[in-house]
Design a protein around this ligand. Structure first.
Ligand code: PH2
Ligand code: MG
Ligand code: MG
Length: 159
């Protein structure tokens, strides 16, 4: 197959996160640069992962429609992160102006060095699952959400 065009439109879900600068403006600037067809609420969320001592994040999830394949979509989101001033030299899981994660793309299952689909955080992070299930309650992740404890997530507005 040539390039990244599949000639087939798929629905995907992207996780947006920011905990540096004007967090809401950062999420909105990212959404404006993506082929968004639906957006979740915005949630203020407790930091998870390797760096817990950092400011709370704002997180949201957007649904997109795209003909891009996983690599093409990854290139798109990395380009948007760079455009919005993401510093790629920073510590893993540390503070960031914008983070855009490919959560799901159609029913593709994939594990490469660059990308795992579904994204691992889909079953482990409330800051992903809550907005994802808000957007599409029929996704098969309700049990995963019920199993998670802690991880403060509070709805604070619209994207
Ligand atoms: N992103 C991380 C690490 N930790 N915690 C929250 N609450 N939200 C995030 O988006 C987040 C995080 C690395 O991408
Ligand atoms: Mg992330
Ligand atoms: Mg990321």
């Amino acid at each position: 197959m040539e390039g990244t065009e599949r000639g087939l439109t798929q629905t995907g879900y992207l996780g947006l996160g920011s905990n540096v600068g004007d967090r809401l403006a950062n999420l909105r600037a990212a959404a404006a640069r993506l082929p968004v067809v639906a957006r979740s609420s915005v949630y203020e969320t407790e930091p998870q992962g390797e760096v817990l001592d950092q400011p709370d994040f704002l997180n949201a999830v957007v649904a997109i429609e795209t003909e891009l394949d996983p690599d093409g979509l990854l290139r798109l989101v990395k380009g948007v992160e760079a455009e919005l001033g993401r510093d790629f030299g920073q510590v893993r899981h540390g503070p960031r102006v914008i983070d855009i994660d490919v959560l799901l793309l159609g029913d593709i299952r994939l594990e490469t060095a660059r990308l795992t689909l579904p994204h691992r955080e889909v079953t482990t992070r409330r800051f992903v699952l809550v907005p994802l299930l808000e957007l599409d309650p029929s996704l098969p992740y309700r049990d995963a959400l019920d199993r998670l404890e802690g991880q403060r997530v509070q709805r604070v507005g619209v994207l």
